[in-house]
Design a protein around this ligand. Structure first.
Ligand code: ATP
Ligand code: MG
Length: 213
């Protein structure tokens, strides 16, 4: 049996065509089903539906043989014990620094001001500002980072940006790209050895489908 870990929403939706390329069709839609384990048309493949941030943990411990996780999630997790064979080129966005409109970010950085940074991505933010030599106070949040500067919780935020419409709606502007984000296939290394004959064709199918998309 192969267990593949996915999160609901865009990762599930954008992984469906890759699964199809591997001849795998889920029996249920996790949006409407309450089941956390979803069977497929193949007796030897099942899906588990978990929070995006938990995918690397399940795969690392071998509770899932493989999974799909954003680079943002993998940077925070550290990727320990995970083999990352493919960039799937799905769920693309950017990790960015954003500030209130009118905030002079460049000047603040030049002055060497201490910046209060609100983010869910504390490790990524710490590394980014350390590399720039900027001193920060980190404020860990679990969502809706855009609110923090509006109510004086932070000066700036680090968050994922795709269209920028949420920033715009809240009078914020992206001022710096930290990195490009897409989702990766992550594989448990022991599983790959033990179940190589079952897993390799799936990895190859994902690779082919990711390249042609
Ligand atoms: P939740 O929204 O349930 O708190 P989450 O934000 O971790 O959890 P998703 O919103 O489904 O989960 O995001 C999953 C992954 O998709 C992220 O880890 C990231 O790689 C990518 N992603 C997030 N936001 C966007 C976006 N606006 N456009 C494209 N990809 C995105
Ligand atoms: Mg989200």
């Amino acid at each position: 049996m192969i267990t593949l870990a996915l999160s609901k929403g865009r990762i599930f939706e954008e992984t469906l065509p890759l699964l199809a390329a591997a001849g795998i069709v889920p029996n249920e839609n996790p949006e409407s089903s309450r089941k956390l384990i979803i069977g497929t048309n193949r007796d030897d493949v099942r899906l588990i539906i978990i929070r995006a941030t938990d995918v690397p943990t399940y795969v690392q411990h071998g509770a899932a043989d493989m999974g799909v996780a954003g680079k943002d999630v993998l940077m925070e997790h550290g990727g320990d014990g995970l083999y990352q064979p493919i960039d799937l080129n799905i769920a693309k966005c950017r990790m960015m620094v954003a500030t209130p409109v009118g905030f002079d970010y460049e000047a603040a950085v030049r002055r060497g001001s201490r910046l209060r940074v609100a983010t869910k991505y504390t490790k990524t933010a710490r590394l980014h500002f350390a590399a720039k030599g900027v001193h920060i106070d980190l404020i860990k949040l679990y969502g809706s980072m855009e609110l923090a500067p509006l109510v004086g919780l932070s000066d700036i935020i680090v968050d994922l940006v795709s269209t920028g419409s949420t920033l715009k709606a809240n009078n914020l502007v992206a001022v710096e790209t930290i990195c490009e984000i897409s989702s990766r296939l992550v594989v448990n290394q022991a599983s790959l050895k033990l179940k190589h004959d079952m897993m390799q064709p799936i990895i190859e199918a994902f690779k082919g489908a990711a390249l042609s998309s």
